[in-house]
Every structure is written in structure tokens, then in C-alpha cells.
Write a protein that binds this ligand. Structure first.
Ligand code: SAM
Length: 223
């Protein structure tokens, strides 16, 4: 049903070269991008777009993230094989595939039922297996916590405390935080139960993180 031949692999090699030019240096992340057939997430007519470094609509007002953004967040996450990773915002499932290629055990949660169902059906067909959950990921996924890594792929107004609580000691949370136009990429490392170290990176532009600890929260507290 899905075809991935030398032409697609060549297109991915070009994409990887662009990511290197833009500053992605983690060889394992670049290798993961080289492996995942991003065109499977696109209609046949949009093959060229699949390997441009651009976000693209996936329906329901949502997007498959730009490859650079996926690579940047994956690089910050420093995933090691066997680690337990929570992804908030399954979307198309592309970032999930990259995390799986990095050897993670992935729990991925999506707010929009249609997108959740599509990814839950499609990824196993592609040979990618994760735990797919439908729900509000702004509160994390407490039933499977703690996580070695948490990645948020929608723009948050603040860092939800629940996510920090569900992080293992030594774990990292990568989350874009800001207003509805642009968000600063943050990496928070839980040094011990009461110490969080925050690092700040570039600005990005994500769709909104919905939910009770996202843009639907009553008060937007900043960390
Ligand atoms: N990781 C995705 C990919 O690889 O295609 C990127 C998806 S898109 C940029 C962000 C996704 O986050 C959307 O599918 C959106 O519905 C989802 N989302 C927004 N708020 C959410 C929430 N509170 N819980 C779970 N998913 C959420």
C-alpha cells in the first residue's frame, strides 16, 4: 500500500542536508529523519511538499510540524534507546515515528479524536508501534508516569505543573511556551524532586495547546 523507494530516500537525503545546514548536528536524529517516510503522511499529489522543510495542514485545523522543528525538539530531548517518552500532540504521528526510530518507548496523546484514530491505525501499518491515547495531554498522562522525557508539540501559554510532576528525576521536558503568535522553546531538566533547571532556545510558531492546562486554562500562570 505504501511505497518507499530510492527516489523518496534521495528526497530525504536532501532534506537531511538542509537540516544540517540549519544547525541540526545530532547524528542519531538525522538518521531517524532519514528513516521515516514522511510522504506517507501526505496525499500522493503532495510528494514534493512532503520533503520540503515546511509544516503542512493535516486537517482539523492542525499541521504536521516542520522537519526542522521535529529535529530541533528531538535533538533537545536527547532520547536514549529504551527510554519512556510522552508526546503531547500526536497530530499526524510523524514526530512519534522519529522518537520510535531513536529507540524510545512512546506514549502519545492527541486531543482531536479523528487525528488520534488516524495515527493509531496508520502507524502500526507502517511498522511503528506506540501507545496511542485520546485526551487532554496538557495534564500529561498520569497513569503511565513517570517519563524519562516529555515533548509537547503544541504551543503552551505556560509550563503545566502536572508535566513536571510526571517527569522522572533526571528527565527532560521540551515545550514551546509563549503567546498565540510565537513561542520560545524551553528545555526543563528535573535535577531532583525540588530542582528544575530551565534552558531557553529559539522562537517557533506552533498551533495552540488546548486543554485545561493549556489555552483553555482559567488563569495563565508562567513558570
Ligand atoms: N507531533 C505532531 C506531528 O508530528 O504531526 C505535530 C502536531 S500539531 C503541530 C500539534 C497537535 O497537538 C495537534 O494535532 C493538536 O490537536 C494537538 N493538541 C493540542 N492540544 C492538545 C492537548 N491538550 N492534548 C493533546 N493534543 C493536543
Amino acid at each position: 500500500m505504501y511505497q518507499d523507494d530510492y527516489k523518496h530516500k534521495g528526497m530525504r537525503r536532501s532534506l537531511v542536508r538542509i537540516l544540517v545546514q540549519k544547525g541540526i548536528y545530532d547524528e542519531r536524529v538525522l538518521q531517524a529523519i532519514q528513516q521515516v517516510p514522511r510522504h506517507f503522511f501526505f496525499e500522493k499529489a503532495f510528494l514534493e511538499q512532503a520533503y520540503q522543510d515546511k509544516a503542512f495542514p493535516i486537517g482539523e485545523g492542525q499541521t504536521i510540524s516542520q522537519p526542522y522543528t521535529v529535529a530541533f525538539q528531538s535533538q533537545l530531548l536527547e532520547v536514549k534507546p529504551g527510554e519512556k517518552v510522552l508526546e503531547i500532540g500526536t497530530g499526524s504521528g510523524y514526530q512519534c515515528c522519529v522518537l520510535l526510530e531513536l529507540g524510545a518507548r512512546v506514549y502519545t496523546i492527541e486531543y482531536i479524536r479523528k487525528l488520534h484514530e488516524k495515527a493509531r491505525r496508520m502507524l502500526p501499518e507502517m511498522g511503528y508501534n506506540a501507545i496511542f491515547v485520546h485526551g487532554d495531554g496538557s495534564r500529561g498522562l498520569p497513569s503511565y508516569a513517570p517519563y524519562d522525557k516529555i515533548i509537547v508539540t503544541a504551543g503552551a501559554p505556560f509550563v503545566p505543573n502536572d508535566l513536571l510532576r510526571q517527569l522522572a528525576v533526571g528527565g527532560k521536558l521540551v515545550i514551546p511556551v509563549g503567546d498565540d503568535q510565537q513561542q520560545k522553546m524551553l528545555r526543563l531538566t528535573k535535577k531532583d524532586e525540588s530542582t528544575i533547571v530551565k534552558e531557553e532556545y529559539d522562537f517557533f510558531s506552533f498551533v495552540k495547546l488546548r486543554g485545561s492546562q493549556g489555552w483553555d486554562a482559567k488563569d495563565h500562570r508562567n513558570l
